[in-house]
Design a protein around this ligand. Sequence first.
Ligand code: NAD
Ligand code: ZN
Length: 357
Amino acid sequence: MAFRNFKMVGYVIYGRGSFDQLDEIISTQRKTGAPMVFLVDHYFEGRPLSTRIPAKNHDKIIFVDVTYEPKTSYVDSLAGRLKEEFGALSGIIGIGGGSTMDLAKAVALMMNNPGSSADYQGWDLVKNPGVYKVGIPTLSGTGAEVSRTTVLTGPTKKLGMNSDFTPFDQIVLDPELTAGAIVNQRFYTGMDCYIHCIESLNGTYLNEFSKSYGEKALQLCRDVFVKKDSWDAACDDKLMMASYAGGMSIAYSQVGVAHAVSYGLSYLLGTKHGIGNCIVFDHLEEYYPEGVREFKYMVEKNGIDIPKNICSSLTDEQFNNMIDVSIGMKPLWENALGKDWERIMTRDKLRRLYEKL
Ligand code: NAD
Ligand code: ZN
């Protein structure tokens, strides 16, 4: 048996207001004539955070459009533009939710790798280390701040650039930055973390490493979504650590049924990750009975809308397309259902599940 030997994030700073140390942190990474590029979630354009970004001299701030989840074409155009304008960079700093952090990781990698990011969708295909990269979450839940992947939708698949070069060199965990998130979005992204925990803790890949982080992350999710009656700053602190720990939990295990099914939705319908996971998880009593019961309670308690009947007018071809994408996520199914998963999750069964969504 080969044990996973995984690469982790280089440096971590945590705390309210820690964003203000960014200038000092990146100063050691600055190279003469090579700017720092800040990729910032477009939500922050014209908002106070944008005036606190420590951009100097030839540094560049680019507000990225995350209306849609990151596409390989967007990554390629950003990297192409930066190569043309500057040649070399000192680094890329991603400030935003999972989409922005993934863009930052991918663009940093593409600065030093030839071709298109679509060529590297898969496992361990990236050839060269990217430029120095920093991740600064402004939403909590995806675990993108700690993961070794950057999830991209490409011409033929939705799949990450999974590699040892992918994790950030530095992350800045400042819960203050998440304070402005609207209630529904905060819930959907927070549930990504909750679902990571349920899928990891109920998976066949589980070991004590994943369990230690998964249980802690789950407890933190419960603190904020089950126990608390109103949201406060302490909830932002907790959810940020839940996201981190949830990400660490799946680093040594894998996600499961909700993710495998929601990838199909996202590929075909463009359903975003957090909300897509919620739409699917709502129907997974058969696989995660306790988790789904608690999920429904949290939806109710927090007054959240989960869309329904999103697959009601799809054609056979479209269903098949989603089933192909979903069935392709082999490690997820194996984690969820064991080595014999193909006998358990047939195309028919998956079709019936999609029809319910
Ligand atoms: P997101 O980054 O897509 O952002 C969702 C919305 O929230 C956007 O409109 C954004 O502008 C807005 N937003 C961000 N921060 C805000 C703030 N502080 N206040 C108000 N609005 C804010 O959402 P997400 O759920 O964080 O990320 C989902 C993405 O992460 C997907 O693309 C998914 O594929 C990816 N993901 C990656 C990993 C990984 O390991 N790399 C894991 C899970 C998900
Ligand atoms: Zn997820």
